[in-house]
Design a protein around this ligand. Structure first.
Ligand code: COI
Length: 355
């Protein structure tokens, strides 16, 4: 059933030669780092304005051992994707949204941020410079990873005196090792991802280091990932380590509302609009863990995971399953979203940027 989600594609030899693809096993892309040709690099000192930025050959970077990011975690990242269209042109999906989210996060982390325009132009330049690494349509996408970090030296706890804005890219396929098959989640009851007033609502690097312990333990027990509950009541769904969560019951699709402890996913936001356009009622609210028991379907959304169906959720030793294959609603929303992202459907919402 998992093949249902994947749009079909065959890469003819003539096509790959015409667009000079990199030498990659396009049929076996996972979500791993593949060094590519160029990365974007811009710096900003105390003045708060970023330098023009340049493309450099992809490679290691030099950092002072007392850089703010290394010592105090003053860093943010973003994630977006470029898809190759059938005609060979390239599509970005809502890059201004990532630029705005980085701005919001930078404010929380006491960092200057590039302008929305510089961010989007930098993404475009980096993607075009690495064009040969964008997978053929249907084989995956080019994952784009913008980083913003305190690269200046500090010793006492303070914002760094210099910042680096960097973008690198890597061709990717499916995020979970299950491929597109439903994933199995375990609800974490002791460790928490975010606290009210903390940084859970921004894409700071520390949020992701903080989930590794529970994630490793879950994986060791055979689960795909961890579903977090709110840390006050230990009752309401928050998110999975790397993605947002949705619960389907009849025609109603519910997802935890954004309230500072949940990452405002761009795929989350897009899926809400897509679901409404498909006639579903979408509720952003507190979603109790008890609701998982009666749900028809559960799915996750994120740039990396796209729309990932959930096969089961285990909570306090009890496992709730959602059937063998991919849920009907998850499939429908996946199809509509990815058709837009890949340029297979008309983009009436103006979400894509063509290069
Ligand atoms: C993304 O989905 O782009 C993310 O940033 C999550 C990351 C853990 C892969």
């Amino acid at each position: 059933a998992s093949s249902l989600l994947r749009p079909s594609a065959s890469v003819s030899a003539t096509y790959s030669e015409a667009i000079q693809l990199a030498d990659v096993d396009w049929d076996n892309l996972g979500f791993g780092i593949q060094p590519t040709d160029y990365m974007y690099f811009a710096k900003c000192d105390q003045g708060g304005t970023f330098s023009k930025g340049e493309l450099k050959r992809f490679g290691n970077i030099e950092l002072n051992p007392s850089a703010g990011v290394l010592n105090y975690g003053q860093g943010l990242f973003e994630g977006l994707k470029a898809y190759r269209k059938e005609d060979g042109n390239i599509l970005l999906f809502r890059p201004e949204e990532n630029a705005l989210r980085m701005k919001m996060g930078a404010e929380r982390m006491c960092m200057p941020s590039p302008s929305v325009e510089q961010f989007v132009e930098a993404v475009k330049d980096t993607v075009l410079a690495n064009k040969r690494w964008i997978p053929p349509q249907g084989k995956g996408s080019l994952y784009i990873r913008p980083l913003l970090m305190g690269s200046g030296a500090v010793l006492g706890l303070a914002p760094a005196p210099e910042y680096t804005f960097l973008i690198y890219v890597s061709p990717v396929g499916n995020y979970f090792k299950e491929g597109l098959s439903p994933i199995n989640l375990i609800v974490e009851n002791d460790l928490h991802r975010a606290t009210p007033g903390g940084t859970g609502g921004v894409k700071t690097i520390g949020n992701y280091a903080a989930v590794l312990k529970a994630q490793s333990a879950a994986k060791a027990k055979g689960y795909s990932d961890v579903l977090y509950l709110d840390c006050v009541h230990k009752r309401y769904l928050e998110e999975v380590s790397s993605c947002n969560i949705f619960v389907v019951k009849g025609n109603i699709i519910s997802t935890p509302s954004i309230k500072g402890t949940i990452l405002p996913g761009i795929t989350r936001k897009s899926i809400i609009d897509v679901a409404q356009s498909q006639g579903f009622q979408v509720e952003e609210r507190l979603v109790s863990v008890d609701e998982l028991v009666d749900a028809d379907e559960v799915f996750c959304t994120g740039t990396a995971v796209v729309v990932s169906p959930v096969g089961s959720v285990t909570y306090l030793g009890k496992k709730v399953s959602y059937g063998d294959g991919i849920g009907k609603v998850s499939q429908q929303l996946y199809n509509v979203l990815t058709s837009l992202q890949m340029g297979l459907a008309e983009d009436t919402l103006n979400w894509t940027v063509e290069l």
